[in-house]
Design a protein around this ligand. Structure first.
Ligand code: ARG
Ligand code: ZN
Length: 844
């Protein structure tokens, strides 16, 4: 059944108050609800419908009189008075049997919840839609030392606790946690003097992994006050770490619940990348308190209203805490790796979709990351001051409301007087715009001619031109900037912009900072690109020109067997040896486009990618880099190896990133001698894991793999890395066998999403291994998706996207994939989640 945005109607009732009472039991939890309803004045639809799934209804009453509602698998309806009334119900649920990890479930003996988007209906009968907001009082009974819910504690006693959340909220923000947990406490005083108690609740044994997350939370609270003027609004803020969780984390009001991988950190067990990600996710969930909770979404089509904005805010936070240039480059790499394939394949959908079958399938890179890009463009177009004013108005005007993208754009129109009608296409059209630019030069005048074109997709048959902010600067022949960044505003399908009074012909640095999420084609010579790589003042574009040269070099090798481009190698060499540049930035310069990015580039150009050839070209290019930089690498490695005690800050992390990037090239020349040395000496996970990866890649990892397992057997998060690394570093020929062996390991608990993703997710991302010509990779993943679907549809459906690029490949591979898609689709009782994903991927 398909749900359409166009069919939205307001709910027929207003809820004044919700009281919930839980008697916890692993197999028979009783939930009593007492909800005050009153009819919405002049509502068009007066049907009293409550969502409910997998509930056994024990009793129901209206104003104290028992009633017999009409119950279906989706919910219930009942005759109700045309006046305020009180609904009371008791249901029984089975948290232990809830392997889908949605609603109330158990993880390692603890109770926890995940309600977004539509999980609350698995807890009790309720209008489970985000535009129904109410204040909740929650009582929890159960033999557990810690009993938590949203808001502030009212009372607690032996095996009982009462909570009240004074802020009206939709049911998707409800949370409950119960178990044997320990608190890592902290506190924060807001700018107006409210003292907030903070706690990070973890399982006994994880106490030593809390300090970093706590500090990240305090930094986030301060940052949101300083930058957005947003203060926290309760006396208490709790975070709980859970081992079994379908996603990263969840912003439940006053009680954020996190995948333990997204919050627990220590130098011995977490890499620098883990630390950065954890800091960003803690910030993300905290920032939702205003952008998501105080102002929420009217319906799930508006998901990007809270997610795009909150991703944008957390990226600003990371830019401020760490390096803005490095963060921007990382975000663009990620956008191209995850959002571009989605936007250019059968799963393409607008940032605000207009229909869905299962909303969980729309927590996508398009909604999140492209949604954030759209906000970045809006800010660039209106300017920083107008952006701040618009945001102030947004918070002021819509506090306590469930809003739409129209509301969001309206505050920008009202503060700036701009008409955002055309800009709104970024929310309503799917597809990645292709932008091309050519130049003409005439006596001191440079004209840039732009053309934009967005390919049609299943979601958008006839895309219209976008408003594109194109940041441009000009670099002179001597390397000086002759025109600083200016933002061109392109609105037509074709448009030219003129720069005059230029002495000699400069090189145009176009799309600085990746100012719009497009695929840019620019007719620059390799010499011009090398010039920008050496001299561009925009750090993003400087990196980007190196990357474009790398693409050129790799594609020429793939297509014509050419040797690596010498000018590219020389340009990179100059940058990585420049000690005035940030080491983290130089480490990025040593990266190559991923093999799936190369496959995308080939298929964008109309070629059929061959995974084996792409793999071989990547390997040959890495070898050429190791060769070309051989004299430089030992110095780079030594100079940037950190001897000081480990700190997870950007400065140390950048140095480690560069020394480890050097190590991975050095290992090609020394058979892993240095990697083994680093492995033996490592006292932190960043060094240990990077050494291990190099040893495995060099075929010298057996001893270290064993030692690592013996050392970390008891640590689930570290063992996830151990599983994942062996897949990622496997030779393409053996990758599927490595996966088969690992899935037989006694610690391969496939029902745990982190472990499943560590192995099968890593395999789906192993381009040449997954696309093995025999089809063994496709078969293996399909087998596991079939096994997981009845247990956990959400995680299964998410991983189906591994197949979304199938039309890029040759006819044999397409046939094999099609057969696997059909085999999965033919499973009896396949979930709605997986069915929707595979049907869209499979196409007509
Ligand atoms: N709102 C959460 C976040 O972005 C994610 C919830 C994901 N929910 C889902 N059903 N996939 O922070
Ligand atoms: Zn979010």
């Amino acid at each position: 059944q398909t749900i359409y945005l166009a069919d939205y109607t307001p709910y027929g009732f207003i809820i004044d108050d919700v009281a919930l009472h839980f008697d916890l039991d692993p197999r028979k939890t009783r939930v009593k609800s007492r909800i005050s309803f009153r009819p919405t004045p002049d509502a068009s639809d007066k049907t009293f419908f409550l969502h409910g799934e997998n509930l056994s209804l024990v009793s129901a009453m209206i104003d104290g009189t028992p009633v017999s509602p009409e119950v279906t698998p989706q919910g219930l309806t009942c005759d109700v008075p045309d006046a305020p009334f009180v609904w009371e119900a008791e249901v029984e649920i089975d948290p232990m049997g809830n392997t889908a990890l949605e609603g109330l479930y158990m993880s390692n003996g603890m109770y926890c919840t995940q309600c977004e988007a539509e999980g609350f209906r698995k807890i009790t009968y309720y209008p489970d839609r985000p535009d129904v907001m109410a204040v909740f009082t929650v009582t929890i009974n159960g033999p557990h030392p810690v009993l938590l819910s949203n808001g502030n504690p009212v009372s607690s006693g032996n095996d009982t606790a009462e909570w009240r959340d004074p802020w009206p909220k939709p049911a998707y923000l409800f949370a409950l946690v119960a178990g044997d947990l320990v608190a890592h406490p902290g506190s924060f005083t807001t700018k107006s003097g409210r003292k907030v108690d903070l706690n990070l609740y973890v399982r006994p044994g994880d106490e030593g992994k809390c300090a970093f997350g706590m500090q990240a939370l305090k930094d986030s609270m301060k940052w949101d006050e300083d930058v957005y003027g947003r203060e926290y609004d309760l006396d208490l803020f709790n975070i709980v770490a859970v081992d079994d969780f379908n996603m990263g984390a969840m912003e439940n009001k006053g009680l954020n619940i996190f995948n333990s991988s997204a919050v627990l950190a220590s130098p011995e067990t977490s890499t620098d990348m883990n630390f950065e990600r954890i800091e960003a996710i803690i910030a993300h969930e905290y920032f939702h308190n205003w952008t998501g909770n105080r102002i929420t979404c009217r319906d799930w089509f508006q998901l990007c209203l809270k997610e795009g904005l909150t991703v944008y805010r957390d990226s600003q936070f990371t830019s401020d805490m760490r390096s803005a240039a490095v963060k921007r480059i990382g975000d663009v790499i990620d956008l191209r790796a995850r959002q571009f394939p989605e936007d250019q394949g059968p799963l393409a959908h607008p940032v605000r979709p207009e229909s869905f079958q299962e909303i969980n399938n729309f927590y996508t890179a398009t909604v999140y990351e492209k949604g954030a890009e759209v906000i970045g463009m809006l800010k660039l177009l209106v300017g920083d001051a107008a952006y701040s004013k618009a945001l102030d108005l947004y918070f002021d005007r819509h506090d306590g409301q469930a809003c739409t993208i129209e509301d969001w754009l309206q505050v920008f129109e009202d503060t700036t007087g701009r008409d955002l009608g055309q800009f709104k296409r970024w929310y309503s059209q799917a597809g990645t715009p292709q932008l091309s630019v050519t130049e003409s030069w005439d006596h001191g005048t440079l004209t840039l001619h732009f053309k934009q074109h967005t390919p049609a997709s299943a979601a958008t048959a006839d895309p219209q031109p976008y408003v594109l902010p194109i940041a441009v600067g000009l670099i002179g022949q001597d390397g000086d900037e002759v025109h600083e960044t200016t933002v061109l505003e392109m609105t037509q399908a074709e448009q030219s912009f003129v720069f005059d009074d230029l002495g000699t012909r400069p090189v145009a640095s176009v799309l600085r900072g990746f100012s719009a999420p497009v695929v840019l084609t620019q007719d620059l010579s390799d010499a011009d690109r090398a010039h920008l790589l050496a001299h561009d003042t925009d750090p993003f574009n400087r990196w980007e020109q190196g990357r474009m040269l790398a693409y050129g070099s790799l594609l020429a090798m793939i297509r014509e067997g050419k040797a690596p481009n010498k000018d590219w190698l020389a340009g990179i060499r100059a940058v990585i040896g420049d000690e005035t540049l940030d080491p983290a930035y130089r480490a990025l310069m040593l990266g190559l486009p991923s093999q799936s990015d190369l496959a995308r580039a080939l298929s964008e150009a109309g070629d059929t990618p061959d995974p084996d050839i792409i793999y071989a070209a990547t390997e040959a290019t890495r070898a050429a880099m190791a060769d070309a930089f051989a004299d430089l690498l030992p110095t780079l490695y030594r100079r940037h190896t950190v001897d000081a005690p480990f700190e997870p800050n950007a400065k140390q992390a950048g140095k480690r990133a560069l020394s480890n990037a050097a190590l991975s090239l050095l290992t090609r020349n020394d058979d892993g001698v240095l990697a083994q040395e680093q492995y033996d000496a490592a006292d932190n996970m960043t060094q240990q894991l990077s050494a291990l990866a190099n040893l495995v890649r060099a075929g010298r990892g057996n001893k270290a793999v064993e030692a690592f397992e013996a050392q970390w057997k008891a640590d689930r998060l570290v063992m996830d890395k151990w599983f994942g690394l062996q897949v990622m570093e496997a030779d393409p020929e053996d990758a599927h066998e490595v996966v088969e062996t690992l899935t037989k390991h006694p610690d391969f608990n496939w029902k745990n999403p982190n472990r499943f993703r560590a192995v099968l997710g890593a395999f789906a991302a192993h381009h040449a291994g997954f696309h093995h010509a025999s089809g063994a990779g496709y078969r293996l993943l399909a087998d596991w998706l079939i096994q997981l679907d009845p247990v956990n549809p959400q995680t299964t459906a998410r991983m189906c996207s591994a197949f979304q690029t199938w039309k890029r490949y040759d006819a044999d591979r397409q046939d094999m994939i099609k057969a696997e898609l059909d085999r999965i689709l033919s499973q009896p009782g396949l979930s709605r989640d997986t069915t929707e994903m595979l049907t869209r991927i499979r196409g007509a």
